[in-house]
Design a protein around this ligand. Structure first.
Ligand code: NAD
Length: 428
C-alpha cells in the first residue's frame, strides 16, 4: 500500500477536499515558513485525526421518517480532548467540519487551552423542523456519536442554529447512556445544568475585548468609531450591544433576511425586540440594504459575525472600513486577505477574535469537573486576561516577523501544537 506522503496531496485529502478546507490548509501553509515545525508534523496536522459520518433518522411530526447526513470531525488530540461546536445548517459538509476543526485546534492552542479542535453538524434546515423534531434529531445524533465523544475525548458546544437547549438534550442523552449525570460532556449548557455564567455572552463580548485592545494599539478611541456588524445572532447581537455600551456608534446590522442602515446610529434594542416578535429584521422600519451591500457600507470597524466566505476577491477592493474583526469563522477568503493587506486594512483574525466562546467553554468544563462555580465578574476578568495575553503575543509576533495578524495567530497556535507533538512523538 502506498504511504500517504507518496499520494498526490489532492488525493490524500480527497474526502474533505472542499473550498473551505483548502482555505484552512492554505492558511496553514502560509504560516509554516514562520513556525517551528518539521515535515512529519506538517503531514500529521494536514489531516484531521478522525472523521465520523452518520445518517440520522428521525420520525417527523407527520409520522414519516426522514434521514439527515451528520458529521463529527476531530482534528488533533495532542494537547487534550477535542472541542468544538455543532451546527445545524443546510450547507454542512464533511469538508466544512474539517476546516472548522482545524481552526479550532489553532484557536485552542493560541489561547493555551488544553484542547484540540473538533467540529460537527447536521445537514438540515433547522427553521423547517419543529422543537420536537429538533429534540429527536439531537438525541439520535448524540447516541450515534457515543463512541467518540466524552468529557476526556471530545466535548461539543453550540454553533450556528444550536443553543443551550440543544446542549441540554445532548447532555441528557449522554447521561442516560452512561447512567449518571455528566454535565462536563458539553459546554454552553443552561446554568441549571452546570452551565457557566457569561458563556452566552462570551464570544460577542470577547470580540469587543479584542477590538478594544486593537484600538488602543492603533491609537484610536473605541467610543469614536462607527461600526457595521454582519449577523445579529449570538455573536453579532452581543458584539453590537457591547460596542454600543462602550460608546461606539453601530450604523449597520444584518441577519439572514438582509441588513439595516442608519448613519446616525441604530436603535439596537428596537431591532432585538423586532426580531423577538417577527423572527427576523425583514420589514423593520429602517433603510434596508442587502447583506452584500452591508459589507460595503462606510464605517471604521466592520465586524463579521454571520458565516464563512463573506469577504472575497470580488468585494474586498470595495470594502470601506479601517479595521475588520472576524467574529465568525472563516469569513475572509485567501484572495480577500491579500487584497486587504495590500490596502492596509488590518484583519483581527477569527482564531483570536472569536476565541472568547471556547475560552469560557473551557472555564465551564473546569468548573463542572471541579463541581465548583465562579462568579460572573471572575469569569469576565479571567476571559479578558486570556484574550489580552493572546492578543499581545500575536501583535508582538506580527511585528517581529513582519507578518499579518492572521499569520501570527496561526504561527503562535501551530507552535504550541507542534512542540507538544514533537515531545510526544508518533505512536507507537
Ligand atoms: P447564530 O445562529 O446565533 O447567528 C447567526 C447570525 O447570522 C444570525 O443573525 C443569522 O440570521 C445570520 N445569518 C445566517 N445566514 C446568513 C447569511 N447567509 N447572510 C447573512 N447573515 C446570515 O450563530 P452564532 O453562534 O452567532 O455564530 C455566528 C458565527 O460565529 C459562526 O461562524 C460561528 O461558527 C461563529 N462562532 C460562534 C461562537 C459561539 O460561541 N456562538 C463561537 C465562535 C465562533
Amino acid at each position: 500500500m502506498a504511504s500517504i506522503e507518496k499520494l498526490p496531496a489532492e488525493e490524500a485529502q480527497l474526502e474533505w477536499n472542499t473550498p473551505l478546507f483548502r482555505t484552512a490548509l492554505a492558511q496553514f501553509e502560509q504560516a509554516i515558513p514562520y513556525a517551528e515545525i518539521n515535515e512529519s508534523i506538517i503531514a500529521r496536522l494536514s489531516s484531521p485525526e478522525r472523521a465520523v459520518m452518520v445518517a440520522v433518522p428521525i420520525r417527523r411530526d407527520a409520522g414519516n421518517v426522514d434521514v439527515f447526513p451528520a458529521y463529527r470531525v476531530q482534528h488533533s488530540s495532542v494537547l487534550g480532548p477535542t472541542k468544538g461546536g455543532i451546527r445545524y445548517d443546510p450547507h454542512v459538509t464533511l469538508g466544512e467540519c474539517a476546516a472548522l476543526a482545524v481552526w479550532m485546534t489553532w484557536k485552542c492552542a493560541l489561547l493555551r487551552l488544553p484542547y484540540g479542535g473538533a467540529k460537527g453538524g447536521i445537514r438540515c434546515n433547522p427553521r423547517a423542523l419543529s422543537p420536537g423534531e429538533l429534540q429527536r434529531l439531537t438525541r439520535r445524533y448524540t447516541a450515534e456519536l457515543m463512541g467518540v465523544i466524552g468529557p476526556q475525548e471530545d466535548i461539543p458546544a453550540p454553533d450556528m442554529a444550536t443553543n443551550e437547549q440543544t446542549m441540554a438534550w445532548m447532555m441528557d442523552t449522554y447521561s442516560m447512556q452512561v447512567g449518571h449525570a455528566v454535565p462536563e460532556i458539553v459546554t454552553g449548557k443552561p446554568i441549571a445544568l452546570g452551565g457557566s455564567l457569561f458563556r452566552r455572552e462570551a464570544t460577542g463580548a470577547g470580540v469587543v475585548m479584542v477590538i478594544e485592545r486593537a484600538c488602543r494599539r492603533l491609537g484610536w478611541t473605541l467610543a469614536d468609531q462607527r461600526c457595521v456588524v454582519q449577523g445579529f445572532g449570538n455573536v453579532g447581537g452581543i458584539a453590537a450591544q457591547e460596542l454600543s455600551s462602550k460608546g461606539a456608534l453601530v450604523v449597520g446590522i444584518s441577519d439572514v433576511s438582509g441588513g439595516i442602515h442608519a448613519p446616525d446610529g441604530l436603535d439596537l434594542e428596537a431591532a432585538r425586540n423586532w426580531i423577538a416578535a417577527h423572527g427576523s429584521l425583514e420589514d423593520f422600519p429602517a433603510e434596508h440594504v442587502t447583506n452584500a451591500e452591508l459589507l460595503e457600507l462606510p464605517c471604521d470597524i466592520l465586524v463579521l459575525a454571520a458565516l464563512e466566505d463573506q469577504l472575497t476577491g470580488e468585494n474586498a477592493p470595495r470594502i470601506d472600513t479601517r479595521l475588520i474583526a472576524e467574529g465568525a469563522n472563516g469569513p475572509t477568503s485567501i484572495e480577500a486577505d491579500a487584497i486587504l493587506a495590500e490596502r492596509g486594512i488590518p484583519v483581527l483574525p477569527d482564531v483570536l477574535t472569536n476565541a472568547g466562546g471556547v475560552t469560557v467553554s473551557y472555564f465551564e468544563w473546569v468548573q463542572d469537573l471541579g463541581r465548583l462555580f465562579w462568579t460572573r465578574d471572575e469569569i469576565r476578568a479571567r476571559l479578558a486576561e486570556k484574550l489580552g495575553d493572546a492578543f499581545d503575543r500575536v501583535w508582538a509576533l506580527a511585528d517581529a516577523k513582519g507578518i499579518s495578524l492572521r499569520q501570527a495567530a496561526l504561527v503562535a497556535g501551530i507552535n504550541e501544537v507542534a512542540a507538544a507533538l514533537k515531545a510526544r512523538g508518533i505512536y507507537p
